[in-house]
Structure formats: C-alpha cells, structure tokens
Design a protein around this ligand. Structure first.
Ligand code: ATP
Length: 221
C-alpha cells in the first residue's frame, strides 16, 4: 500500500515538503491552524485541514493514526512544536520528522525520542558558508557531528594529476567516492584516472580531514 504522509505547519519549509511530496504523487494530508494556509494547499495536497496540532483530540479526529510518516514543520512556536511531537509519540506514529528551530529545540526533541530532527536553516547555512569559503566547494552535506561529504571542483591544483599522484586517502584520510564529469557520474574511479579542472570530486571523511584537504587542495585553487 502507498505510504501516507502528513505535514503539520505549512510555512515555507512545510509547504515546500508538502508540494514536493504531492508532485511525486504521494498521499499528503496538509495541516495548519491558519485557514488561509490550508486554503493555499487545498489544490496541492490530497487533503488539507485546519487543525491545532497541540490538540490531541483534533489530531485523532482527522485520522492522524493512519498516517505512516508525519512531518512537523512548526518553526517559531517551539512550544507548539514540542507539544505536537509529544502527542505524536504518544499516538505511536510510525515515523516522525520534526524541524528544529535552534539547538535547544533540537536537544528537547532528541530527549523525547524523536528520531529524525532536521535543522534546515543551520544545514543550509553550513552548505552556503562552505561554498562562500571557496567557489570550488560545490556542496557540503553533514553525515554526523564529525563526518561529512563534500563536492569539490578539481580545479587548478588537482587538474592533470591522477588519484595515485594525489593519494588523498593516505595524505588526508578522506576517500573519493565518485567523480562527476558533466552529466556522468563515475562511482568507481580508477587509480590512474587523470583529473580535469572541471571534474567534481565527491569526497567523504572526518570533518578535520576534509578541512585539511580543502585547505591544501581546494581553496585558492
Ligand atoms: P518557515 O520558515 O518554514 O516559513 P517558520 O519558522 O516561519 O517556518 P512558522 O510560521 O512559525 O514557521 O510555522 C509554520 C506554520 O505552522 C505556520 O503556517 C503556522 O500557522 C503553523 N502552525 C503554528 N502552530 C501550529 C499549530 N499549533 N497547529 C497547526 N499549525 C501550526
């Protein structure tokens, strides 16, 4: 059976999740306590309802228990977000994702047992900061508190060299997992692959190692 989703809070973040899921053909129940927001999503989501998610009875009434994955995207009102998360946990919803507004909010959500806490503003801030840091850093994805994946342009310092020449694993402790050349992705790059200026390397490693790699081979490149 098709998975059913619910998005609580139809601000920019929740609204965008709701739109994408619907575009992919998923069943989405859009929930907000603001009538105007709900009206905006009437033609986008499968169903759109006005409800205050801090009201357990209201959530039960709209059938939240039948939903496989609930995304809580209430931002500013941290209290409402936490209370909603507690209610959803009590109702044994299979999968709950909650957007955290700040570190304190995230800590509480982790404490009450929410497995998936997302922090889009902070994560996007980090990704953009790395790109600002160097135009050759195309993307930066945090895997854990101390491991990340970066996409970097080979650039001047690496162009013309092979992976053996650079020996990134021995020198920096990170691994090149793939090389993107235009539209093509090479997921098992050969050791004698000669890099071109425009090649994009996808590198995984500990933050401290990635940082050394970036400083030596990517920045001012
Ligand atoms: P974004 O940056 O994604 O726009 P935001 O941080 O501005 O989010 P808010 O505007 O605080 O987030 O909340 C997002 C939505 O959540 C709003 O449309 C708001 O009406 C809705 N919302 C807030 N509290 C509740 C609640 N208790 N029940 C249902 N919806 C709620």
């Amino acid at each position: 059976m098709k998975q059913e989703f619910a998005v609580i809070g139809l601000g920019r973040f929740g609204g965008s999740i709701c739109q994408e899921l619907s575009r992919e053909g998923m069943q989405v129940l859009a929930i907000d306590n603001d009538e105007e927001k709900v009206n905006e999503f009437k033609n986008i989501a499968s169903h759109a309802v006005i409800a205050d998610s801090t009201d357990e009875a209201a959530l039960k009434e709209i059938g939240i228990k039948n939903i496989d994955h609930v995304i809580v995207a209430i931002g500013e009102n941290i209290q409402a977000s936490i209370l909603t998360a507690v209610i959803l946990t009590d109702l044994d919803i299979k999968r709950i994702t909650v957007k955290a507004q700040n570190d304190y909010h995230e800590k509480i959500l982790n404490k009450i047992g929410i497995d998936e806490v997302v922090h889009p503003e902070r994560d996007m801030g980090k990704r953009i900061a790395h790109h600002i840091f160097s135009n050759n850093i195309m993307d930066y994805i945090e895997l854990s508190d101390d491991h990340s994946i970066v996409e970097v342009k080979a650039g001047r310092k690496m162009a013309g060299k092979t992976l053996v020449d650079l020996d990134i694993r021995a020198n920096y402790g990170c691994n090149i997992v793939a090389i993107r050349q235009g539209e093509e992705i090479n997921v098992s790059p050969r050791a004698d692959e000669v890099l071109k200026d425009e090649d994009i390397l996808i590198v995984i490693g500990a933050d401290k190692d990635i940082s050394r790699f970036e400083k030596h081979l990517v920045i001012d490149n």
